[in-house]
Design a protein around this ligand. Structure first.
Ligand code: 3H9
Length: 718
C-alpha cells in the first residue's frame, strides 16, 4: 500500500482516505494507486461502513500533476475514479480549497460531495489544451446537465461552494470540521438509501436529449471564437456523446481524445506557459517571493489612464487605495475616470451595482502627500518627466513610513534617477503595469542598482496579490518587456519601407495567433504616443535610425482610432480597421524619396523578421543580466503583449523553429542591414552548445544585486 502520498485511518467505522502531496495534492505517481488500495481495503474491512476522501492541508486536490503529462502512467485517473464509484460502501468527497481537474473528477465519482465555503471547484484542463480525462466529460453532464457542464469545461472557470451547490455539483456545504461533518454524512448514507452512482444518472440525459440547441449553441460559439485549439471541439463532442452514448463508450472516446491532445504541440506549449508564469515570480537568492509584509494599504500618485487603472486593480482585489492628485480638478477627473470604468463593467454585467459601490468605496481621493504616509506601498504614475518624478520621490521620501515600498510605473525613466531623489534607494523599484492596468496581467518589477532584495520580494508579491504575473527585470532602456519588443516594432516599420503593407503584416501576425495585428494595436494606442520619444532619441543620437513612415503619418495628423485615421481608416462608431490607399501612397512616396529597393515578402519572412529581431534582443537582455531567465521573457510576452498562448512564448516558439535557424537568419540580416541585427553572443553560444533558447538564464552571479548592477544599455532601435 502506498501510504506516503495518501494516508488511511479509521474513525468510528468510517475509513478516511487523505491525499497528502503538498502543496496542492496533485495526482503524482502513487496518489491514484493509494486511492485504489485504500478504497479496496475499506471495502474488505468489516469494521468500516463508509469512506471519506479528503485532502491534507488547505486543498482537496488541484488535479493531475502537470509535470507528469506525456509520461507513461501506471494507473489512470479514470481507473482510480472508477474504483471510487464502484465501491460498495459509500464514498463521500470532503473538499476544501482547490478541487480542480482530476481532483474534481475524483469527487464526481464519489457518491456524495461536501465542500467548505472556501472551496474552489473547476475543470481547468482546457487552459492546458486538454480535456478532462478522468471521466469528467461524461460524469459532469449527468450530474449538472449539458449546459452547465459545457460552461464549466469550456471556460475552465472555478466556482465557489454556493454556486456549486446551486448547480448540483455538490450536495452540501460543510459546517464546522469538514472531515467530522463528512464522516457523519457518510455514516448516515451507509445506513440508508442505495448509492447514487454518477455514471448511472439519467435525468439530465433524458432532459438534454430534447434540447439539441444546447450543443448547437456551444458549437456556434466555439466556431465564432476561432480557437486554434482542438480541445474545445473535442469537449463539445464528448458532452454531446454523454447524452446519447452509454457511460463506457463515452469514457473510451474521452480516453482517445485525451491521448491525442496530451501529446499535441499546443498542449505542450500551454503547459510550458503555466510553469513559465509560476517560475516568473521566483527571485534567485530568496526562499519565497512573498518575503516581508504584505501590502494592505496602497496609494497611487497621478490619476491619469495608468494611475486610475492601477487604483482599480487594488480596489478589485479588496486592497484599500488612496488616489493622490495635484489639483482638485485633476482629482475629480481621476475619480470620474474610475467611476466610468466601473459603470461600463456594470453595463456589461461583469459587476453588480453593489460590487461597484464596494470597490469605489475602497478608493479614497486625497490631495495632500501627508495623507498617504501610512500606506504600505505607493505607486507613482505621473507623466514621463524626470523633473516631476524627482520632485515626487523627494516628497514621498519625507512622508512615507519607513518600511513603505516606493514604486514607479515609469516605462521610460531609469529607476536609479527616482531612487537617488530619496534617502532610501533600497525601497525604490519599478512596478511597470501595462495598459489598461486593471486588465493586463503583466506587472514588471524593475530593480534599480540599489533596490533591496526585500523590496523586490515584496513588490513581486504585491503584483501577485493584484492577480498579476509579476516578472522581475533589471533597469535598462525599456526594461526587459518593452526592450525585447522594441526591435519587432522597428522591423515592422522598416518592412514597410521595403514594400510590405500594414495589412499584410497584420494578417501574418493574426494568422500566427495574435488577437490583433501590431498596426491595428498601434492605431488603438495612438501613433502619436511614440512620436515624441523617437524625436527625442533622434535629437540625442545622430546614428538613430529614423522611422519615416510612422513619423510622416503623425505629421499628417493620422493618430489612429482616436481621430479615425492612422495605419487604417475607420468609419464613424466602427472600430473595424479598413486598409487605406493614402497609407499605401505614403509608403510608396517614402521608398522613392529615400531610394529604398522594393521587393515582395513571404509570410514566413515577415514573421521571422519581426520575431527573430526580438529573440536576438531577448538573448542580449538575459546575457546582460537584465532578466533572470528566458521563460520570464515568455511570461512577459504572454501577459503584456498578447503573444498567442498556444505557442508557449517568444523563446519557446523560437526553439520550435530551431536556434540554429534563428542565428543563421539573424546573421544574414546583420550582413544586409548592419548593426541593429548584431547577433547576441548568447544566441551563438546556445547554438554552439546545441542548447535550447527557453533554458537560457542570466549569468550565474549568485545573488540578485550583482545581476542587476550593470550599466544601463543604450536604446535598442538603432
Ligand atoms: C488534469 O487534472 C487532467 C485530468 O483530467 C486527468 C489527467 C489524466 N501540477 O499556483 P501556485 C504547483 S490537468 C503540478 O503558486 P496558487 C505550482 O507549480 C490539471 N504542480 O499557488 C506551484 O509550485 P511551486 C488540472 C502544480 O495558490 C505550487 O503548486 N489542474 C499543480 O496561486 C503552488 O501553486 C490545473 O490546471 C499541478 N496541477 O494557485 C490546476 N498545480 O511552489 C493548475 C499547482 O514549485 N494549478 N502546482 O512553484 C493552478 O491553477 C494553481 O496552481 C492553483 C493554486 C489554483 C491550484
Amino acid at each position: 500500500m502506498n501510504d506516503e502520498v495518501v494516508s488511511y485511518e479509521i474513525r468510528d467505522r468510517v475509513g478516511i482516505i487523505t491525499l497528502r502531496n503538498p502543496p496542492v495534492n496533485a495526482l503524482a505517481p502513487g496518489v491514484r494507486e493509494g486511492i485504489i488500495d485504500f478504497v479496496k481495503a475499506a471495502n474488505e474491512d468489516p469494521v468500516v461502513d463508509a469512506i471519506v476522501l479528503t485532502g491534507a492541508g488547505r486543498n482537496f486536490m488541484a488535479g493531475a500533476d502537470i509535470r507528469q503529462f506525456g509520461k507513461a502512467r501506471a494507473v489512470t485517473t479514470r481507473a482510480s475514479a472508477g474504483a471510487i464509484e464502484a465501491s460498495e460502501k459509500p464514498v463521500v468527497a470532503a473538499m476544501d480549497g482547490y478541487c480542480l481537474g482530476g481532483g474534481l473528477e475524483h469527487a464526481l465519482a464519489c457518491h456524495y460531495r461536501i465542500a467548505t465555503p472556501a472551496a474552489r471547484l473547476g475543470l481547468p484542463e482546457i487552459k492546458l489544451g486538454i480535456i478532462p480525462a478522468g471521466g469528467g466529460t461524461q460524469r459532469l453532464p449527468r450530474l449538472v446537465g449539458a449546459e452547465a457542464a459545457l460552461d464549466l469545461i469550456l471556460s475552465g472557470r472555478q466556482v465557489g461552494a454556493d454556486e456549486a451547490l446551486a448547480l448540483g455539483l455538490i450536495d452540501e456545504i460543510a459546517a464546522g470540521d469538514l472531515v467530522e461533518f463528512a464522516a457523519g454524512v457518510a455514516r448516515r448514507i451507509a445506513s440508508g438509501r442505495p448509492l447514487r452512482r454518477t455514471s448511472l444518472l439519467t435525468a439530465w440525459q433524458d432532459a438534454d436529449r430534447e434540447k439539441p440547441e444546447i450543443i448547437e449553441a456551444a458549437r456556434k460559439t466555439a466556431a465564432r471564437r476561432k480557437s486554434p485549439l482542438k480541445a474545445p471541439g473535442y469537449a463539445i463532442e464528448l458532452v454531446a456523446a454523454s447524452l446519447h452514448a452509454d457511460f463506457g463508450p463515452g469514457l473510451e472516446l474521452e480516453h482517445d481524445r485525451f491521448s491525442e491532445l496530451e501529446h499535441s504541440d499546443e498542449s505542450k506549449a500551454l503547459r510550458y506557459a503555466f510553469f513559465a508564469e509560476k517560475t516568473a515570480g521566483k527571485i534567485p537568492g530568496i526562499a519565497t517571493p512573498a518575503a516581508g509584509d504584505k501590502v494592505r494599504r496602497a496609494a497611487v500618485v497621478g490619476g491619469g489612464t495608468m494611475g486610475s487603472g492601477i487604483a482599480i486593480a487594488f480596489a478589485d482585489v479588496g486592497i484599500p487605495v488612496k488616489m493622490l492628485e495635484a489639483t482638485p480638478e485633476a482629482l475629480e477627473r481621476a475619480m470620474e475616470r474610475i467611476r466610468s470604468t466601473y459603470e461600463t463593467r456594470v453595463q456589461r454585467k461583469s459587476l453588480t451595482p453593489d460590487q461597484m459601490r464596494e470597490r469605489m468605496a475602497r478608493i479614497e481621493p486625497v490631495s495632500r502627500y501627508e495623507s498617504i504616509g501610512d500606506c504600505d506601498a505607493v505607486i507613482e504614475a505621473v507623466f514621463e518627466r524626470i523633473d516631476l518624478k524627482v520632485d515626487i520621490f523627494g516628497k514621498l521620501d519625507v512622508v512615507m513610513k519607513p518600511d513603505a515600498l516606493l514604486l514607479t510605473n515609469s516605462s521610460a525613466i531609469d529607476i536609479n534617477v527616482m531612487a537617488r531623489a530619496t534617502k532610501r534607494p533600497g525601497s525604490v523599484a519599478g512596478a511597470h503595469f501595462f495598459a489598461p492596468a486593471n486588465v493586463m496581467k503583466l506587472c514588471e518589477i524593475v530593480a534599480g542598482d540599489a533596490t533591496s532584495i526585500d523590496t523586490l520580494g515584496r513588490a513581486t508579491a504585491m503584483g501577485k496579490a493584484l492577480g498579476k504575473i509579476s516578472v522581475v527585470a533589471g533597469s535598462c532602456d525599456g526594461f526587459a518587456a518593452n526592450r525585447s519588443r522594441a526591435p519587432l516594432v522597428t522591423e515592422m516599420m522598416l518592412l514597410l519601407e521595403e514594400g510590405a503593407l500594414p495589412w499584410q503584416i497584420d494578417k501574418v501576425m493574426m494568422d500566427f495567433g495574435y488577437p490583433m495585428g501590431p498596426f491595428a494595436v498601434s492605431d488603438l494606442s495612438g501613433l502619436d504616443v511614440s512620436y515624441d520619444t523617437r524625436k527625442r532619441r533622434a535629437a540625442a543620437d545622430p546614428t538613430y535610425r529614423k522611422l519615416h513612415v510612422p513619423d510622416r503619418l503623425v505629421e499628417m495628423g493620422r493618430y489612429g482610432q482616436k481621430n479615425g485615421t492612422g495605419w487604417y481608416r475607420y468609419e464613424k462608431n466602427d472600430r473595424t480597421p479598413r486598409p487605406d490607399a493614402v497609407v499605401s501612397q505614403v509608403i510608396a512616396d517614402i521608398a522613392r524619396e529615400f531610394d529604398i529597393p522594393q521587393r515582395e515578402f513571404t509570410d514566413e519572412e515577415i514573421l521571422h523578421r519581426l520575431l527573430f529581431a526580438s529573440v536576438n534582443e531577448a538573448c542580449k537582455i538575459i546575457d546582460e543580466g537584465k532578466s533572470f531567465r528566458a521563460s520570464d521573457i515568455d511570461a512577459m510576452w504572454l501577459n503584456g503583449f498578447g503573444f498567442p498562448r498556444h505557442r508557449g512564448g517568444l523563446m519557446y516558439w523560437a526553439d520550435g523553429v530551431g536556434a540554429p535557424v534563428v542565428l543563421r537568419e539573424v546573421q544574414a540580416w546583420h550582413d544586409r542591414y548592419g548593426k541593429r541585427w548584431k547577433p547576441s553572443p548568447l544566441l551563438a553560444r546556445i547554438v554552439a552548445q546545441d542548447g535550447r533558447l527557453r533554458d537560457a538564464a542570466a549569468p550565474d552571479t549568485g545573488t540578485l544585486p550583482s545581476l542587476v548592477r550593470q550599466p544601463s544599455t543604450p536604446g535598442t532601435t538603432k
